[in-house]
Design a protein around this ligand. Structure first.
Ligand code: F6P
Length: 328
């Protein structure tokens, strides 16, 4: 029989994402509702290793639903990658009396959680929080929607200058290994071309597309480039390459960077975070463990870590086709 859960720990780990605070709030409030103690660990796994924690009550998470970042702070812990680090963390949880953990983060966080749950008898539930949307067990991760809106808003502004000065802008967006942000913001912002890590469309195609644009009478263009795109050139090298091959273009580069991770979460991300985290608490209380929660076809479901971490991120290739048609 599953052991009774009296205290649940929560932490945020990896790159922060808008909506992590809404998630922390939902964990603390659901714990309070079900009369379970809630402990928040600072800086993800590192806080578990260093015993850096605080007790969280329904009131201690007041007014954070709209705030970006994470009040529990975040980190990528090298120490937790070691057996000794994980042992310290497990020892500390036992000592503090934490019976189960809710881990809010991306694939790195889930990988750590999977190993930890295999090594120690401490139930864990993963909640997908990353702007990258690169977790297979959910249609959406917390923060992705807000990041998309931030990117589209930024590109709309860049377009004003592109259009006023008849320029071509390369806009680099986040996504080291995943092109979700580039693809969706690219279509949403009406980009000429979208370069993503999942698909190498080749430099010739880029040049052809830009030539075609000029011929069709376009005076300005936006190319959205994912950090991890497969052309083999970074965004500055791409700009140089186009300038060298198409001297008629006046080319500029904008790297959006970490502004994509900040800001007040969208309503979608707040609601998603709330739904996922109430479910995470309920699953733990029902004796479930070592799974992640996700939104699939508008239902909150649990998926084992293995499935959730599968590399197939199912990029929607339909969007590439749509982008091609619409950039005519
Ligand atoms: O995983 C989220 C993410 O924002 C990626 O899109 C990006 O490549 C990476 O984190 C940047 O990490 P850091 O903040 O450590 O530079």
């Amino acid at each position: 029989m599953a052991k009774q859960i009296k205290t649940i720990g929560v932490m945020t780990s990896g790159g922060d994402s808008p909506g992590m605070n809404a998630a922390i709030r939902a964990v603390a409030r659901a714990c309070s509702y079900y009369k379970v103690k809630c402990i928040g660990f600072y800086r993800g796994y590192q806080g578990m290793i260093e015993k850096d924690y605080c007790e969280m009550t329904a009131r201690s998470v007041r007014n954070i639903i709209s705030a970006g970042g994470t009040i529990l702070k975040s980190a990528r812990s090298d120490e937790f990658r070691t057996k000794e680090g994980r042992e310290k963390a497990a020892h500390n949880l036992k000592e503090i009396g934490v019976d189960a953990m809710i881990l809010i983060g991306g694939d790195g966080t889930f990988k750590g959680g999977k190993i930890f749950s295999e090594e120690y008898d401490i139930p864990v539930i993963g909640v997908p929080g990353t702007i990258d949307n690169d977790i297979a067990g959910t249609n959406f991760t917390i923060g992705y929607d807000t990041a998309l809106n931030t990117v589209v808003e930024a590109i709309d502004k860049i377009r004003d200058t592109a259009s006023s000065h008849d320029r071509l802008f390369f806009v680099e967006v986040m996504g080291r290994d995943a092109g979700f942000i580039a693809l969706n913001s690219g279509v949403g912002a009406g980009a000429e071309e979208i370069l993503i890590p999942e698909e190498d469309l080749g430099l010739d195609r880029l040049l052809e597309s830009l030539k075609r644009s000029k011929r069709s009478g376009k005076s300005s263009s936006i190319v959205v480039v994912s950090e991890g795109d497969k052309t083999g050139k970074n965004v500055y090298e791409l700009a140089d390459y186009v300038t060298a091959n198409l001297p008629d273009y006046d080319v500029r580069v904008t790297v959006l960077g970490h502004m994509q991770r900040g800001g007040s979460p969208s309503c979608f991300d707040r609601t998603l975070a709330s739904r996922l985290c109430v479910k995470a608490v309920e699953l733990l209380l029902d004796g479930e463990q070592n799974v992640m929660v996700g939104l699939v076809n508008n239902k909150i479901i649990a998926t084992n870590f293995e499935e959730g971490l599968k590399e197939d991120h199912s990029i929607n290739r339909e969007l590439l086709r749509i982008s091609d048609i619409l950039s005519v």
